[in-house]
Design a protein around this ligand. Structure first.
Ligand code: PEP
Ligand code: MN
Length: 360
């Protein structure tokens, strides 16, 4: 995608003084459910109503969506509330039906973004329309794949494009359903500063009690909006029950979010500072996480040394590590003095972990 400000910034058309909010159920379930939720979200900060009509399930047997009938319910909800309607599309037929039913916003799901054939088919089917098209990050942490999908849309002449950050799958269990890996979205943002970027804290967290904090983090990183799954009866939702919130909770979340899009000078400063500090926090967390992993490997080495009755301190290896890091540090603008202090501390910590292993 071109770095320059090519595409119109469709977000400006909304004339919002706050971040864009997209809300609605994970899945459309019944006409009554769709209409009830849409009415609750009318006259709030929500501009766009979302509902999945076709649901990509990881394994067969889950609720696969109500299908095209749901599009009629959305049309009705739009007529009654004035909210714009958004659905997920995964193939050309979905796009065709969405256009026929006057859906305003289409998003490409994380399991579809990974597939260039599917994305191309969707882009071709959208050619010549002026729909807003949002691309969720691929399930795997691959920025190029995400950008590639955005480029396919742009090359098909679609002008109103945006990205949705919904986190990345990991094999290891983490606090989140999908690990945010904020750095990937930050990189996308710095390469395409005018591309609207939204956060989907529902699919990142997988748990409703974490949605507030992740939404706040996103706003502190200057995201343009949020997509939050909202259901009239979250616990009994047919999909993603644990992460959905009621319309009342959604309104409370929005109310408590700091950093609204107002601009006076002092405010710009605070905003910029918060953004940078959140970036620093992301890196610091990463540093500690990586150090933890390094110590686990050091302990495994400790076990090997114990088995073979080998001494903990291996001077030759230690000097090699140190010299390599001093020269890598130099390339990154880090002083030799700092690298020495840092790696001596890391080395010392490794030794004490290994000592515990060897001596017990
Ligand atoms: C969804 O938005 O309900 C959905 C299926 O999301 P994702 O593609 O992010 O998993
Ligand atoms: Mn969902």
């Amino acid at each position: 995608m071109k770095k320059e400000e090519q595409h119109t910034n469709w977000l400006d058309d909304f004339k919002l003084t706050h971040p864009l909010v997209i809300a609605g159920p994970c899945s459309a379930e019944t006409e009554e459910q769709v209409l009830k939720i849409a009415h609750e979200l009318k006259d709030s900060d929500v501009s766009i109503f979302r509902a999945g009509i076709w649901k990509p399930r990881t394994r067969p047997g889950g609720f696969e969506g109500v299908g095209a009938i749901g599009l009629k319910w959305l049309q009705k909800a739009k007529a009654q509330t004035g909210l714009l309607m958004a659905i997920e599309v995964a193939n050309a037929n979905h796009v065709k039906l969405a256009i026929e039913h006057d859906i305003d916003v289409l998003w490409i799901g994380a399991r579809t973004t990974v597939n260039p054939f599917a994305v191309q088919e969707i882009a071709d089917a959208l050619n010549g329309t002026d729909k807003i098209v949002l691309v969720k990050n691929p399930v795997n942490p691959d920025l190029a794949l995400w950008i590639g999908a955005l480029e396919r849309l742009e090359n098909a002449g679609i002008k109103k494009i945006g990205a949705i950050h919904r986190g990345f799958s990991t094999y290891e269990k983490t606090k989140y359903r999908n690990n945010p890996e904020w750095q990937i979205a930050i990189d996308l943002q710095s390469r395409f500063p005018v591309l609207p970027l939204l956060c989907d804290p529902s699919h990142i967290t997988g748990k409703r009690n974490l949605i507030q904090e992740v939404s706040q983090q996103a706003l502190d990183l200057n995201y343009d909006g949020l997509m939050i799954e909202t259901h009239i009866d979250p616990d009994n939702a047919w999909s993603d029950a644990a992460q959905q919130v009621t319309p009342a909770t959604l309104k409370q979340i929005i109310k408590e979010l700091r950093v609204r899009k107002v601009s006076d000078d002092a405010d710009d400063f605070t905003k910029e500072m918060n953004k940078k500090r959140t970036q620093i926090d992301v890196f610091d967390t990463k540093i500690v996480e990586i150090l933890g992993k390094r110590m686990m490997i050091a302990e495994e080495i400790g076990l090997l040394k114990k088995e073979k009755n080998v001494a903990i301190l291996q001077n030759k290896r230690w000097n090699e590590v140190l010299n390599k890091m001093i020269s890598e540090g130099e390339n990154k603008g880090l002083s030799e003095e700092f690298i020495l202090k840092l790696f001596k501390a890391i080395h010392q910590e490794s030794i004490s972990h290994q000592e515990k292993i060897i001596n017990n």
